[in-house]
Design a protein around this ligand. Structure first.
Ligand code: NAD
Length: 427
């Protein structure tokens, strides 16, 4: 625990980032080295951080690596991935290489349809309320289009209504979903604004009271799908293939395993979502909710063997990402990463993201079904441990390679090795 005297700092949000950092230093009794680390970490982009979030004092940089070997719908693409976790990027490169001979990843999408929910309460006749709202579909379209004429001009805008009467602990509620084509935007602000503008009108037309008005992250009308075939010889033979299928069946049947299996898929997905300045939490919430859509939390991916004995992987997930809005448009790193990807629509980006998720899943299943996950992690993990114990410069590689040679990546051993190296230098 830090030594914070009080968490109350009068007028904190009105200070500039440097002023806030000073206040935090005072309050948390922070040493000068930590302060200069925080300043250096945000050097050159503290103004951007201050524009993106409240109470900014610094920023934290996450490595961006490139996934090579990816072919998506016949086009080779270099994929920037932002991740602090070792082995994630290597796994994608390796898995993508192994399915190049069968044409790589084939994708499709459902179109960029997002939905916002408006909760209607207090009516004794919720089904009647449902019909009353449906009768107003043309008025609803007009209100939504007035909110975002630019979106309409770009070919997007209101598309449909979906109204459900749900049972809750306090009785039935009528839930209005407005379905909106948000084109190249993730669309949260767009649909939220529409829902807020509609709510008073729905009250007027139905006599019910509106309460919540916000998008759903279960964007199941904005689905991106990918499939790929890994030839038997690239997998390592029939035994490895069958063991990978058994690993998948385990994940599909057991939520404890599914959580980790799906976390692996999200290692790939969230890394591209983050690298492009998109909302990782929105995509993660949608993906996990979608994985539980039939009432049980299951594997996000599907695996089968085809008639030739090759392994077929399939991934289908909500993918609410955009090229406009949020940090995407204003973060220079996100912009540069989008240029590397060479995408011009949110739809193309969504396709690449699910392809990376599937590649990640192939890599994890294959590693788990063969050597286990730790072998691949060893090299970078050894370097991380060397850094943790204070190794610098050449010492990092020296400590890491001794740890690897020992086959034991442990902090206590790293400390011993580092001490010995430094002793040797002095001698
Ligand atoms: P936005 O409102 O900044 O931009 C979207 C708007 O840009 C559109 O409404 C349209 O008017 C305009 N536009 C210009 N060119 C466009 C094009 N080619 N395609 C589509 N629209 C175009 O952004 P947004 O996508 O509505 O909102 C995304 C942000 O909302 C993210 O930062 C997300 O984190 C945040 N958010 C998320 C949630 C959630 O997920 N639950 C809730 C609130 C906010």
């Amino acid at each position: 625990m830090s030594d914070v005297t009080s968490s109350r700092i009068e007028g904190f949000h009105k200070l500039d980032p440097a002023g806030r950092l000073l206040a935090v230093q005072r309050q948390a009794k922070l040493d000068n080295k930590s302060v200069s680390d925080l300043v250096e970490a945000a050097s050159g982009h503290i103004e951007l951080a201050d524009r993106l979030v409240e109470n900014a004092i610094s920023s934290i940089s996450i490595p961006v690596g490139i996934a090579t070997n990816m072919t998506v719908d016949g086009r080779d693409v270099l994929v920037p991935m932002a991740s602090e976790e070792s082995s994630v990027i290597a796994a994608v490169c390796n898995s993508a290489k192994r399915c190049r001979s069968t044409g790589g990843f084939k994708t499709s999408t459902s179109g960029p349809l997002m939905a916002a929910q408006i909760q209607l309460l207090g009516a004794s006749d919720p089904e009647n309320v449902r019909l009353k709202v449906l009768e107003r579909i043309d008025d609803i379209r007009t209100i939504c289009e007035e909110i975002d004429p630019l979106l309409v001009k770009l070919g997007g805008g209101f598309r449909d209504l979906d109204i459900r009467v749900i049972d809750t602990a306090e009785g039935p509620m009528t839930i209005v979903h407005i379905i909106v084509d948000t084109r190249d935007a993730m669309g949260a602000n767009a649909v939220n604004s529409m829902a807020e503008a509609l709510a008073p009108k729905l009250e007027e037309w139905t006599g019910a009271r509106s309460l919540l008005r916000i998008l759903t992250n279960l964007a199941d009308r904005r689905v991106a799908r990918v499939r790929a075939v890994w030839p038997l010889e690239e997998i390592g033979g029939e035994k490895v293939r069958d063991d990978m299928l058994s690993a998948y069946h385990f994940a599909d049947a057991d939520p404890y395993r599914a959580a980790t299996h799906n976390k692996g898929i999200m290692n790939g997905i969230s890394a591209v979502v983050l690298a492009t300045g998109n909302d990782t939490r929105a995509v993660e919430a949608g993906a996990h909710a979608f994985a539980a859509r039939d009432g049980r939390y299951r594997s996000m991916s599907r695996w089968e063997k085809d008639g030739d004995g090759n392994l077929v992987g399939i991934l289908e997930l909500p993918m609410a990402v955009g090229l406009i809005g949020g940090a995407t448009k204003i973060h220079p790193t996100a912009q540069a990463n989008l240029k590397i990807l060479g995408v011009t629509t949110a739809d193309e980006l969504a396709r690449i993201i699910v392809a990376v998720g599937l590649a990640q899943n192939f890599g994890a299943l294959r590693a788990l079904a063969t050597t286990g996950i730790q072998k691949g992690h060893m090299a970078l993990h050894a370097q991380n441990v060397a850094l943790m114990v204070g190794a610098t410069g050449e010492e990092i590689d020296q400590v890491a390679s001794e740890l690897k040679a020992l086959g034991k990546v442990r902090q206590d051993l790293a400390e011993e090795i580092l001490a010995r190296l430094r002793q040797g230098d002095k001698a």
